[in-house]
Design a protein around this ligand. Structure first.
Ligand code: T3D
Length: 261
């Protein structure tokens, strides 16, 4: 039996998704995309899952598109169609998922693999990891949201350098530039990522989901639009059980017990 190329483990309210093609540095082929989509179907439907952790098996996080798959068949593959079919829905689903998505970058993240990591809400990286906008090395354009996220995260000058040169950006530099949340020692990465995911899964995850929606919307909104959006989302958050619990726990000087409702 062939190994699944996506592993999904659900425990203690956290869904851990592991990219599992280590001999190809977890590069994406069609089957891996399909399995990832199935994992997301499951996660989206299961309200008991309150946080998601994405990581890679083996020495790399993800080397982007499996280039061997692009050599097969006759005639040129329509890469616009493959983005429409696979990468764009994946990035949209992760960003729209109203639960925190944590990424533990365990090694090199290249091409769409780098931008997949950056599309997650909180990115931890092993000190030995690096981020490579490898597209320019094979005659392509950054995709999977790279041209949207990079300039917003690190500014146009650094985004241009990363995208036009395709040089590896070490994890520590990525943290210093504000591309990722934190860089940790290699042997601590998974323990820290699981602890953070467990912490998030016990927080008022409805409001974290709404917060995520507000922060994503701010990229395109005026201040007026954003103030209106904050009003609408705060109204929604103010109707949650978790808000009532948070206030009660504060006043009763005890730890809150949030249910994600
Ligand atoms: O096509 C579409 O649908 C459009 C969408 C495109 C999205 C994209 O992601 S385009 C960009 C594709 N990715 C790349 O160009 C990265 C290619 N890989 C590399 O540059 C290097 O492998 C790394 C810098 C990531 C790591 O280098 P290193 O020296 O640590 O490892 P390696 O020796 O190059 O790779 C190890 C093995 O993995 C090797 O196979 P082998 O020789 O042991 O049999 C290598 O061929 C394989 N591998 C690595 N990346 C890919 C890959 N095989 C297929 N596709 C890959 N992307």
């Amino acid at each position: 039996m062939t190994e699944p190329s996506i592993l999904l483990e659900i425990a203690d309210r956290v869904a851990t998704v592991t990219l599992n093609r280590p001999d190809r540095l977890n590069a994406f082929d069609e089957s891996m995309h399909a399995q990832f989509a199935q994992a997301l179907d499951r996660i989206e439907l299961d309200r008991a899952i309150r946080a998601v952790l994405l990581t890679g098996a083996g020495r790399a996080f993800c080397a982007g598109q499996d280039l061997a798959e692009r050599q097969r068949g006759e005639g040129a593959v329509d890469l616009g169609a493959t983005l429409d079919r696979f990468y764009n829905p994946l990035i949209r689903r992760l960003q729209r998922l109203e639960r925190p998505v944590l990424c533990a970058v365990n090694g090199v993240a290249a091409g769409a693999g780098a931008n997949l990591a950056l599309a997650c809400d909180i990115v931890l990286a092993a000190r030995s990891a690096s981020f490579i906008q490898a597209f320019c090395k094979v005659g392509l354009v950054p995709d999977s949201g790279g041209t949207f996220l990079l300039p917003r995260l690190v500014g146009t000058a650094r985004a241009m350098g990363l995208a036009l040169l395709g040089e590896p950006l070490p994890a520590e530099q990525a943290m210093a530039w504000g591309l990722i949340w934190r860089c940790v020692d290699d042997d601590q990465l998974l323990a820290e990522a699981h602890a953070l995911a467990a912490h998030l899964a016990h927080q008022p995850t409805r409001s974290l989901g709404l917060t995520k929606r507000a922060l994503h919307a701010s990229a395109d909104n005026s201040l007026d639009e954003q103030l209106d959006l904050e009003r609408d989302l705060q109204r929604e958050a103010g109707r949650t059980e978790d808000y009532r619990e948070g206030v009660a726990a504060f006043l009763e000087k005890r730890q809150p017990v949030f249910k994600g409702r």
